[in-house]
Structures are given as structure tokens and as C-alpha cells.
Design a protein around this ligand. Structure first.
Ligand code: XLS
Ligand code: CA
Ligand code: CA
Length: 445
């Protein structure tokens, strides 16, 4: 047995694809990193430590490219076995082959990605536990770790009206069983985070929906999920992933600001942070960096789903991130935040429906990893070799004066402000210098 097959099993699924290594910018090899050199030190840490890359299970091993106009185009050899549990086992072999060949430190999954739903809750739990045991052994052999686990509370038709926010209590109880098992699985695999993305938590029609009640149910459900996981020893971070629409017309976790308000209202902000997906940010008419900044300012930046949308359309295309400017702006916020903590950069991204070669999924991940490796270096240079940070600091320097700092600390009342205005007279214009900031970023790209 080779080193690889000890981790992955006897069969090679990504035939002929070698372990991907760093070859540098001049390399013409599509199956090599041009910028991601995992041991390279940037801003005091290795690239691997900064970027904490993760592969998602659902797009890469479950998404065959089906769309409303036609079936999947990607034929996965791990789906061939007619026994669903054997197929799940084969898929796990393929997954660890890809993780280890790419050299990513993390992976993440939904319960139903890794194991089939059974005909009863008990059977589903047995299936999940069976695969979790196998995954645990593979994690130990390979050193690949779990960034986060989650439960798929949106695909099964029972969740057509939502899970945690379903108008029927029986469905909420079902969701409870599923989340309990997914939390147990995440804990068993040493997951560093647990994600709640509000799949069908939202509404399609306002006038058949009691929004207030549904939001209260969601807050209560999340409190109980937290309490359960903590009682079982989970020390990781819970994450909520905002998205404004799709599948619902209106999703309750619309954007970062909405979610932060919700977490504070329900006493969840001590245990929960946010998982920001780039494509969801743009669907909410925000930039990726804006959403990260909102979280960072609240001390709630948890993790990132690194992908991109298509500027010409309005749905979640989940493309691999290749836009260097966008990634650099994101990394400026991440570096300012002091890193990602227990989060990571998870590629919630899929190859296009017509990218049907076996190497395409590798090329997609390599491109995403190189983009963020480059963005990390560029952002670090902007921060350390230019006036970029200083410019912003200077913009607010009037708050360092006695009066400015008194105001900031809440020690100046409105009448005192008015007196100071009379004393100071008309303020001088101070330029915002936007073009200068933009030029500095471009200079380092
Ligand atoms: C869907 C979401 C989903 C979450 C995990 O749009 O991105 O994949 O990341 O449930
Ligand atoms: Ca996502
Ligand atoms: Ca998405």
C-alpha cells in the first residue's frame, strides 16, 4: 500500500492526479500551486496557518451539475455502487484522496452529504455514525481536520416550509433530532465549529407567515442546540451563515447586520459568530469585504465561505474565487481582524456544469487557493509598505483631541457641542482621498 492508499483506500478515484505541490509563478503546470506555498511566512505566520483552507463535501462529491433544465453532467465513480452505504464509504475514500492530494488542512460537510438518510430517524443516525467512525480514522491517518459540520435542513420535502421556523411543531422536533445527531457527529470528529445556514428559514409569502413567531422559534431552537452541544463538551464556535434570498424569497438571516442583531436579541452572541459567504454578500447588495467588516467590528467574524457570484446574474452561482482585488480586500479585513480564529477559508464552490474532466475540480481549488495566497501577500504588503492604514487613522485624528475624545467617550452633551461649534467656526474641508486608497491597492496587486 502506498502512503496515499492507507488514507484513501485501494481504489484511486482521481486517476493520474499527483499530490499538488508549489512550483511558483513561472510554472506552466495547471496542477501546481503558483502562489500557495504552505510553509511560506507572511506577517509572522505560515500561509497554511493564515488561510486554513477547507474543501466542502456537498459541491465537490455530491453536486453532479444538475439544474432545472437537465440532469447532472458529472459522473462520479464513487456513486456507482447501488448500496447507498457502500457508495457513501466510496465517496469518503474519494474525499480523503482529494483532501490529501490538495494538501488542505480542513474539510466540512452536511450530515446528508456524508451518509444517506434512512427510512427512520434511528436508521439515519446509524448510517451517520457508521461513516463518522470511518471518517475519524481517516482524519487521524491523514491529519486533515474538520472545520465544521452542519445538518441539511432544506433538501428533504418535509422541510418545504422551513425546519426551525416551520409552522408545524412536529417538523421542528424532526429538525431537533437531526441537529442533535449532526452535533454529536461534529463533536466526535473534533469539529472546530458548527454551522447553521438558514436553508428554508424565511418566507415565500408574507401574508401566510407569522414572522415574529417563526423568529422566536429559531432563537429558541438555537439556544437549545447550543445548550445541548455545550453539555456534550463542544468547545467550538457556532456559526450562522447569512444569505438574503434563495431558496426563500426572503431569508431570515438576510445579512451580517441582521444576524448580529438577532444573535444579540436571543442572547447568543457569546457562543455564535458568523460564517460569511462571498456570494451571499453580493446577493444582499453588499461587498464581500463589507460583510466581513461588519462582523469584525462586532467581534463576531467566525469563518468564510470563499467563492464568488456572477456580476451579471442574481443567484448563487458558487464559483471558485479568482478575483484578486475582491480577495485582497477581504484579506485586508481578515488581517485587521487578527486572523480567522477557529474559522477558515472554506471553498463553498463548484466547477461549472460543463467542466467535466477529472482534473477540473483540482484546477478550481488550486485557483481559489492561489488567489487567496496572493491576496494574503498583497494585503500584507499594503498594510506594511504603504500609508494605507495610516491614512485611515489620520482621517479620525480629531477624536484624539481633548474635546474629540470626550465626545467619543460620551462626556460631551449637545449644548457643549453647540458651544464648541460657535467657538471653532466653519470647519475646513478634509478630503476623503478615496482614489488614493484605490491606487495604493492597485499598486500592490
Ligand atoms: C447555501 C449555503 C450552504 C451552507 C451550508 O447557499 O451556502 O451550502 O454553506 O449549509
Ligand atoms: Ca455557504
Ligand atoms: Ca452559496
Amino acid at each position: 500500500m502506498t502512503d496515499q492508499s492507507i488514507v484513501t483506500g485501494e481504489r484511486e478515484y482521481f486517476n493520474g492526479i499527483p499530490k499538488i505541490v508549489f512550483e511558483g509563478k513561472e510554472s506552466a503546470n495547471p496542477l501546481a500551486y503558483k502562489f500557495y506555498d504552505e510553509n511560506k511566512i507572511v506577517a509572522g505566520k505560515t500561509m497554511k496557518e493564515h488561510l486554513r483552507f477547507s474543501v466542502c463535501y456537498w459541491h465537490t462529491f455530491c453536486g453532479t451539475g444538475a439544474d432545472p433544465f437537465g440532469p447532472g453532467t458529472l459522473k462520479f465513480p464513487w456513486d456507482e455502487n447501488s448500496d447507498p452505504l457502500q457508495a457513501a464509504k466510496d465517496k469518503l475514500d474519494a474525499a480523503f484522496e482529494l483532501f490529501t492530494k490538495l494538501g488542505v488542512p480542513y474539510w466540512c460537510f452536511h450530515d446528508r452529504d456524508i451518509s444517506p438518510e434512512g427510512s427512520s430517524i434511528q436508521e439515519s443516525e446509524e448510517n451517520l455514525n457508521y461513516i463518522v467512525d470511518l471518517a475519524k480514522a481517516k482524519q487521524e491517518l491523514s491529519g486533515v481536520k474538520l472545520l465544521w459540520g452542519t445538518a441539511n435542513l432544506f433538501s428533504n420535502p418535509r422541510y418545504m416550509n422551513g425546519a426551525m421556523t416551520n409552522p408545524d411543531f412536529k417538523v421542528i422536533a424532526f429538525a431537533g433530532a437531526q441537529v442533535k445527531a449532526a452535533l454529536d457527529a461534529t463533536i466526535a470528529l473534533g469539529g472546530e465549529n458548527y454551522v447553521f445556514w438558514g436553508g428554508r428559514e424565511g418566507y415565500s409569502y408574507l401574508f401566510n407567515t407569522d414572522m415574529k413567531k417563526e423568529l422566536h422559534h429559531m432563537g429558541t431552537f438555537l439556544q437549545k442546540a447550543r445548550d445541548y452541544a455545550r453539555s456534550k463538551g463542544f468547545q467550538g464556535t457556532f456559526l450562522i451563515e447569512p444569505k438574503p434570498m434563495e431558496p426563500c424569497k426572503h431569508q431570515y438571516d438576510f445579512d451580517a447586520a441582521t444576524v448580529i442583531g438577532f444573535l444579540r436579541e436571543y442572547g447568543l452572541a457569546e457562543d455564535f459568530k458568523l460564517n460569511i459567504e462571498a456570494n451571499h454578500a453580493t446577493l444582499a447588495n453588499h461587498s464581500f469585504a463589507h460583510e466581513l467588516q461588519i462582523c469584525s467590528d462586532a467581534g463576531l467574524l467566525g469563518s468564510v465561505d470563499a467563492n464568488r457570484g456572477d456580476p451579471q446574474n442574481g443567484w448563487d452561482t458558487d464559483q471558485f474565487p479568482t478575483d484578486l482585488l475582491d480577495a485582497t480586500q477581504a484579506m485586508l479585513v481578515v488581517l485587521d481582524n487578527g486572523g480567522l480564529g477557529s474559522g477558515g477559508l472554506n471553498f463553498d464552490a463548484k466547477v461549472r456544469r460543463n467542466s467535466s474532466d477529472v482534473d477540473d475540480v483540482f484546477i478550481g481549488h488550486i485557483g481559489g487557493m492561489d488567489t487567496f495566497a496572493r491576496a494574503l501577500e498583497v494585503a500584507d504588503k499594503i498594510r506594511t509598505n504603504s500609508d494605507f492604514c495610516l491614512l485611515k487613522e489620520k482621517r479620525y485624528e480629531s477624536f484624539k483631541s481633548d474635546h474629540g475624545s470626550n465626545f467619543e467617550n460620551g462626556n460631551l452633551d449637545l449644548a457643549a457641542l453647540a458651544d464648541l461649534a460657535k467657538e471653532n467656526g466653519e470647519p475646513n474641508q478634509i478630503s476623503g482621498k478615496q482614489e488614493l486608497y484605490e491606487n495604493i491597492i492597485n499598486q500592490f496587486l
